[in-house]
Design a protein around this ligand. Structure first.
Ligand SMILES: NC(=O)c1ccc[n+]([C@@H]2O[C@H](COP(=O)([O-])OP(=O)(O)OC[C@H]3O[C@@H](n4cnc5c(N)ncnc54)[C@H](OP(=O)(O)O)[C@@H]3O)[C@@H](O)[C@H]2O)c1
Length: 259
């Protein structure tokens, strides 16, 4: 049995991960980290099974094989260090991380296996494999990214949009700063620019459109999630594939397709 601890267990993503983990025959959901203001008994009522709930990240990582995290950037950094101290694998899907929080993840990956993915869906993992080829072959075509998410999302643009943009920029070997939205002063497109546009509305789970266009034609590729289950299932699969590997920072797509 894979023994899992969950950071963000009361959140939109955490609750779906808890539900799928409880239903999976090979996974035991052992523990969950609560935010400081959360009452233990009230949190227990939200969950599908009996889990060790705690406010203490060191208690969280006791007697588990892997920590799965869908929370906030500052919590992610602390959880990564706690997982490393306990020698426990770490899977994080939290987005909006700053450089200092990425540094904590890299530090943890020196002693434990870690995967951080801005999107745990299979579709985006496949897209990340295809996009560099498209970006290179269509190097002279304009490229813009459009993403839509629910109104409560905290970061913009989405981590997935930024990941896609970075992959395209790397494939084209350009380092022009991304253009975020267009408005007065930024209306006209400059050569080589990569525009990213974020929409926040309603309950949209997550939709990303990648647009390549020349003067004569265009290609649009859209990925959308029908529910949070796709991300939760991907994170649990990442945990299965990660535990037992040597320390290091792994890519979700590499775990799925190459290893
Ligand atoms: N990689 C992917 O595939 C993927 C997919 C979807 C979302 N995400 C990302 O996952 C993250 C979570 O998304 P969400 O929609 O689930 O957000 P959410 O509903 O706001 O959940 C955030 C969770 O973090 C907890 N938390 C906040 N501060 C904390 C603290 N100081 N200590 C411990 N726990 C704390 C919250 O606890 P309370 O409930 O007590 O506030 C809640 O359980 C976001 O960064 C989002 O962009 C990634």
């Amino acid at each position: 049995m894979l023994r899992v601890a969950l950071v963000g267990i009361t959140g939109r993503m955490g609750r779906v991960v808890a539900e799928l983990a409880t239903a999976a025959p090979d996974i035991e959901l052992i523990a969950g980290l609560l935010s400081p203001g959360r009452d233990l008994a009230e949190a227990a009522r939200l969950l599908p099974c009996n889990v060790r709930l705690t406010h203490d990240r060191f208690e969280l990582v006791t007697d588990v094989d892997v920590v799965i995290d869908f929370s906030r950037p500052e919590v992610t950094a602390e959880a990564a260090i706690a997982a490393a101290d306990a020698g426990v694998a770490f899977v994080s899907g939290t987005t909006g991380l700053r450089e200092s929080e990425f540094a904590a993840i890299r530090q943890a990956a020196a002693s434990i296996p870690v995967v951080h993915a801005t999107n745990f869906s299979i579709g985006v993992a496949v897209l990340l494999r295809i996009v560099p080829k498209l970006a290179r072959v269509l190097a002279s075509w304009d490229c813009e990214l459009l993403e839509r998410h629910h109104r409560q999302k905290r970061d913009a643009p989405s981590g997935t949009a930024l990941t896609l943009a970075r992959v395209i920029a790397a494939a084209r070997a350009v380092n022009t700063p991304f253009v975020y939205g267009r408005g007065p002063g930024l209306a006209m497109r400059q050569p080589g620019e990569l525009g990213i546009h974020a929409i926040r509305a309603g309950g949209e789970i997550g939709r990303h459109t990648l647009l390549f266009a020349s003067d004569e034609e265009g290609i649009e590729i859209t990925h959308w999630a029908q529910s949070r289950r796709t991300y939760a299932a991907g994170a649990l699969q990442a945990a299965r594939l990660l535990v037992g590997r040597p320390p290091g920072l792994y890519q979700f797509a590499d775990l799925l397709f190459d290893m």
